[in-house]
Design a protein around this ligand. Structure first.
Ligand code: NAD
Length: 380
């Protein structure tokens, strides 16, 4: 019997990737292009394996898995492959008078070892798109998938070493202890996507090494529906953006602001659009997903009482199902308005027109996205 090889320490992984970076091979355009093509092949050849994992973790339909994760990332890679050589061309840069006679260029230089920490809601694209960016930029990468999407994390840990050079891309699976241990190491860039509380932890850890960070965080993204808009179209678009991935999308419309005269017709149109998309019982729709885990399910169920239920409200803990829910008569300080909802609950609040909507939004944390539905060019 042979003993299993001891697991590599985070320090060992980073040292191995840094040694590969120092060989200089990741700088070549040919190497970068080859890595991107391999990553593309991972997505096309391993697409069904990833889609099965996404279904196991989030109940994502195959169509949604391809549209929002697998094909989405393939398109990002194609975009990069088409433009990479151009991006790498040195750009002439002006020089100040005091350096008259000199010439200058802007040259994009790889950083070294990049850490990518991904969340669970789009666990394929939010890991692999930044990995693609890091490889395109000539870096080596440590990829840390989210433990809250365990089937997808395991699928990525199987597929990445099969398709990419393990000395330049390493996968580290795990939760808080594993990520904390990784963050103690010195990286040359950290790319984190997830909630702001952990974003602060990541930034603090990176500060110890003066490592630059990119933080892709969340927030409450409002939608404003102006008077006189076509409510059927508005409702269909809101339902499509809100209930995609069961509301677990960073840029999903979090809440809706409209005037008191428009609100009743809008909430009726939203209820009709929900039924049109998912049928009378969304739990039977193959296109409707599930909440990622019981903690988030319990958190969301507590928010269901924040207003009058226009449609939805049904929920089942055993299957982590929460129906697409629209709430009316929601107060600005209701529980559903205190944090990013990140689930299938759409509160509709009333304001007296555009100025009040702007004041309402400005009084809160800066949103990640904002949607305005209007026919008035001045509002746009
Ligand atoms: P999550 O719980 O999966 O956490 C994200 C990552 O942080 C995971 O890999 C996890 O292992 C790691 N982590 C968790 N606790 C940690 C700790 N104490 N120390 C170090 N690492 C730790 O995902 P989440 O935070 O629930 O993700 C949802 C949030 O992400 C929402 O707020 C959403 O809006 C935001 N988001 C933003 C974008 C964007 O592009 N801006 C995209 C998707 C999600």
């Amino acid at each position: 019997m042979t003993a299993a090889a001891p697991a590599e320490t985070p320090a060992g992984t980073v040292a191995r990737l840094r040694a590969a970076f120092r060989t200089g091979r990741t700088r070549d355009l040919a190497w970068r292009t080859d890595q991107l093509k391999r990553l593309r092949a991972l997505l096309t050849e391993g697409g069904d394996e990833l889609a099965d994992a996404l279904h196991a973790d989030l109940g994502k339909s195959r169509k949604e898995a391809y549209r929002t994760e697998i094909d989405f990332t393939v398109r990002e890679i194609d975009h990069t492959l088409e433009r990479l050589a151009g991006w790498l061309e040195p750009e002439p840069a002006p020089v100040p008078d005091v350096l008259a006679g000199a010439s200058a260029q802007t040259v994009l230089d790889p950083l070294g070892v990049v850490l990518v920490i991904a969340p669970w809601n789009y666990p394929v694209q939010l890991l692999l798109a930044p990995v693609a960016g890091a490889l395109a930029a000539g870096n080596t990468v440590v990829a840390k998938p989210s433990e809250l999407a365990p089937a997808t994390s395991a699928a990525l840990a199987r597929l990445l070493p099969r398709h990419l050079d393990p000395d330049t891309v390493a996968v580290v699976e795990g939760a808080v202890p594993e990520t904390t241990a990784l963050l103690a190491e010195r990286f040359d860039h950290v790319f984190y996507t997830g909630n702001g509380t952990v974003g602060r932890i990541v930034m603090r850890a990176a500060a110890e090494h003066l490592t630059p960070v990119t933080l892709e965080l969340g927030g409450k993204s409002p939608a404003f529906v102006d008077r006189g808009t076509d409510l059927r179209t508005v409702a269909s678009r809101l339902v499509s953006g809100k209930f995609l991935n069961t509301g677990q999308t960073c840029v999903a419309p979090d809440y809706v602001l409209t005037d008191p005269e428009t609100a009743p017709a809008l909430t009726d149109a939203l209820a009709a659009a929900v039924e049109q998309r998912f049928g009378p019982d969304a739990s039977a729709s193959p296109e409707y997903g599930r909440i990622v885990n019981e903690r988030h399910f319990d958190r969301l169920v507590k928010l269901l009482d924040s207003g009058r239920t226009v449609t939805g409200g049904a929920h089942d803990r055993a299957t982590r199902y929460i129906a697409p829910t629209v709430l009316a008569d929601v107060a600005p300080d209701a529980p559903v308005m205190r944090e990013e909802i990140f689930g299938p609950i759409l509160p509709v609040l009333t304001v007296d027109g555009l100025d009040e909507a702007v004041a309402f939004i400005d009084a809160r944390d800066k949103p990640l996205a904002l949607y305005a539905f209007t026919t008035d060019p001045a509002v746009r």
